[in-house]
Design a protein around this ligand. Structure first.
Ligand SMILES: [Mn+2]
Length: 182
């Protein structure tokens, strides 16, 4: 809100957790633009399609009840994670994400991730852009898939990652745990 007041153009893309905002459709509040997808032109000359990504999650689309159970279990793991890391902190061990570990240990989750990455990349290809920027699956990544640059910012509640664009058009994933003693 402060950035928007100070003349920064803020673009907000709702996802499955703030889906109610989608009912507003495309909307503009002051300097904040509400959209479902948008194309970003990078200083490296490429165009990137940006979307949250839940549009390509079959569980969210077809089995809402399972998504709700998963969402509850996820919140529980995140809460438990706080205690685990308080304990680790006592023993001066570095921050460690329980939920990221739990997800990564499940082989099916890995298949799910690669399917998701491929589906979004082929969607981007169908839109004639050079890359896709998304989130949703909480797994930060930058990789090339059939000539499309797939980029996922990860999340700020579990793995603490962010995606940044440098002025020369380079993209990078920042990892909070690598840059702090927490
Ligand atoms: Mn999501």
């Amino acid at each position: 809100m402060r950035k928007a007041r100070k003349d920064t153009e803020v673009i907000y893309l709702p996802g499955n957790h703030d889906e109610f905002l989608r009912s507003f459709g495309e909307h503009e509040f002051g300097n904040i633009k509400l959209v479902d997808t948008i194309i970003h032109s990078s200083s490296n000359g490429n165009r990137y399609l940006i979307m949250h990504g839940d549009q390509f999650d079959a569980v969210i689309k077809n089995m809402k009840w399972l998504a709700h159970v998963g969402s509850w279990a996820y919140d529980m793991i995140i809460m438990f994670n706080v205690f685990v890391n308080k304990a680790r902190n006592l023993f001066r061990l570095p921050y460690w994400s329980l939920s990221a570990w739990a997800k990564y240990k499940i082989k099916q989750a890995v298949n799910f991730i690669s399917d998701y990455e491929e589906n979004l990349s082929s969607y981007a290809a169908s839109k004639g852009v050079q890359g896709i920027i998304c989130g949703h699956i909480h797994h930060a990544n930058i990789r090339e898939i059939n000539g499309i640059t797939y980029m996922n910012c990860g999340d700020w509640c579990e793995s603490c990652t962010a995606l940044v664009e440098h002025f020369d058009g380079r993209w990078e994933i920042l990892r909070y745990a690598n840059n702090s003693s927490n």
